[in-house]
Design a protein around this ligand. Structure first.
Ligand code: 4NP
Length: 157
């Protein structure tokens, strides 16, 4: 059976998308279905490539038993043929990813989806960028991602 491939994308790949990746991995591990998935995250920007996730996000996540271990990378052209689902955090990410997809041959495989279209409890239309804000912003991002990531998984299984 082919694995289902999921890529979470934000701007820097150090706050929102690595958190979404870790939440998704926890859920599929808990359900015993991790072997059915390929999961990764990436940023549209390149400033933080190779870095660990922002320590404020790692600390906030750890308090919920979510361990973020990924290193930042930038989205690549071949992601559009590798990943079935590309989930973006906000409208700016969406526009940037669509622009890139339109320039890549053979990119039809990937579906570009907005993370918050799957939210059930939270009705914010974007996952807000917490980078320039205070600690509460990181908890808020985790709250809304725990909602929308689990609803996305239910949607595709
Ligand atoms: P992320 O947050 O897109 O959720 O990883 C950001 C990280 C870094 C920057 C902006 C947003 N930055 O401007 O460096």
């Amino acid at each position: 059976m082919d694995k289902t491939s999921v890529l979470f994308v934000c701007l820097g790949n150090i706050c929102r998308s690595p958190a979404a990746e870790a939440i998704f991995k926890n859920l599929i591990n808990d359900k015993g279905i991790a072997n059915q998935f390929i999961v990764d995250s990436a940023g549209t920007g390149s400033w933080h490539v190779g870095k660990e996730a922002d320590s404020r996000m790692r600390i906030a996540a750890k308090q919920r038993n979510i361990y973020i271990t990924s290193k930042a990378r930038q989205i690549r052209q071949d992601d559009f043929s590798k990943f079935k689902y590309i989930l973006v955090m906000d409208n700016s990410n969406f526009n940037n990813v669509i622009d890139l997809k339109n320039r890549v041959k053979g990119s039809d495989f990937a579906e570009i989806l907005k993370m918050q279209d799957f939210a059930f409890t939270f009705n914010e239309k974007e996952v807000p960028d917490p980078y320039f804000g205070g600690d509460a912003g990181f908890d808020h991002v985790l709250d809304i991602l725990e909602d929308s990531v689990s609803c996305f998984l239910k949607n595709i299984t």
